[in-house]
Ligand binder design. Structure first.
Ligand code: PLP
Length: 400
């Protein structure tokens, strides 16, 4: 066993390594058959007609908003409890993010708050399957549809998940997956836009490739169309090397998801009887795509206690993290928009007590035991301190 227990770990086999070597030998390192194949298999899995491979999940989110024509003066609704890219993509196109607080059980955007946040300026909704949990996505899609506002799924944490019979990635006008090494599948760096909308797919294809017309792709290096730029574009292409890794990872997706599910069940088994820990909520009609395993400390613990638990576990070489600090309270967002503590109470209450535990497919029983034992030890220490700090002049235990 490795001495350090990492927070996450990519699952790479000889098949991925061989696929990379094949690309290197082929001489075609970008814009080739692997990109096309990778697009097909991801789109198919998400139940959408088109896939557009891009260099990261963040790039994909940026492209979709840009291709939808979202810009300055527009509002885009999203959740404050996510990775910062879910909101940053809105700033890239010059629009204003509008945060809707979360449902404290699922930790996803609360559909009950969504309707009231929609105004005449709302040009899109970016909803996230946080930690791979697809709950509420059908309701969110329904509200978006009723108001004729396009829904974009930031599905970067949800590849392979299913909600009420529909795959994650099939709920919105478009969805974006991410393939950073901590995700369910990885290409090193990478992302994928999926959509049923022909024109949107075409625009995204052009804009990931410097705004070239679609003919330029087919023509390969034909100089005429290659140097014709029809719109503002970017270089958000994914290399053939990355696409080749992605194809093999997609062939292994069910195996990878099953391995992660088994580890999640081990955690449930091991932590079920621990009253100080709130386990992830999984609704009966949801098939999670397990991205991370995030528990919350129970309500008597505050942010300071959680931070000490996280730091203590790290000191014992257990990889943990405090996913996610609220986006609206990030220094940059506070400064730009004047957000304060208390603006998103549900998100803040959840975020201050989260602990993301080591989580990856190959986790063995010893690693599981090490993770849970260390968590419980750190919690027990906090409880000792809680008990002896009644007057506030104890050993510096802040309750919040
Ligand atoms: C991983 C992730 C992204 C995209 O990340 P990249 O590193 O740009 O691929 C976007 N949104 C969420 C919620 C994510 O977890």
């Amino acid at each position: 066993m490795e001495r350090e227990l990492p927070l996450s770990k990519p699952d790479i086999t000889q098949a991925e390594i061989d696929a990379v070597v094949d690309v290197m030998k082929s001489g075609r390192l970008s814009i080739g058959p692997r990109q096309d194949r990778f697009e097909e298999v991801v789109a198919e899995r998400a139940g959408q007609r088109h896939g557009v491979a891009v260099s990261s999940g963040t790039a994909g989110l940026h492209l979709v908003l840009a291709a939808l024509g979202v810009g300055p003066g527009d509002e885009v609704i999203t959740t404050p409890f996510s990775f910062v890219a879910s909101a940053n993509c809105i700033l890239y196109v010059g629009a204003t993010p509008v945060f809707v607080d979360i449902d404290p059980v699922s930790l996803n955007m609360d559909p009950a708050g969504l309707e009231g946040a929609i105004t005449s300026k709302t040009k899109a909704i970016v909803a996230v399957e946080v930690f791979g949990n697809p709950q509420h996505m059908d309701r969110i899609a329904q509200i978006a549809g009723a108001h004729e506002v396009p829904l974009i799924e930031d599905a970067c944490e949800g590849l392979g998940g299913v909600y009420r019979g529909r795959p994650i990635g099939s709920f919105g006008r478009a969805a974006v997956f991410g393939f950073y090494p901590n995700k369910q599948i990885t290409t090193g760096e990478g992302g994928m836009i999926v959509t049923d909308d022909d024109r949107l797919a075409e625009l995204c294809r052009s804009m990931r490739n410097q705004g070239r017309g679609s003919g330029a792709m087919e023509a390969g290096l034909d100089a005429g169309s290659w140097l014709s730029h029809e719109r503002l574009g970017y270089n958000y292409r994914l290399s053939e090397i990355a696409a080749a890794i992605g194809i093999v990872q997609m062939e292994r997706l069910d195996e990878l998801l099953e391995a992660r599910r088994r580890v999640a069940l081990m955690y449930f088994d091991r932590l079920m009887d621990c009253p100080d820990v709130i386990l992830p909520n999984v609704s009966d009609d949801a098939e999670m795509s397990w991205f991370v395993f995030v528990v919350r400390l129970s309500a008597e613990f505050g942010a300071a206690a959680r931070n000490r638990v996280v730091d203590g576990m790290k000191r014992h070489e257990v990889g943990v993290s405090n996913y996610f600090p609220p986006i609206h309270l990030q220094p940059f967002y506070r400064e730009r928009f004047g957000y304060q503590q208390g603006d998103m109470p549900m998100c803040e209450a959840a975020a201050q007590r989260t602990v993301a535990l080591p989580f990856f497919g190959g986790m063995d029983a010893t690693q599981m035991e090490l993770s849970c034992l260390t968590l419980k030890l750190m919690i027990d220490r906090e409880k000792l301190l809680l008990d002896r700090a009644p007057s506030g002049d104890g050993p510096g235990v802040e309750r919040n």
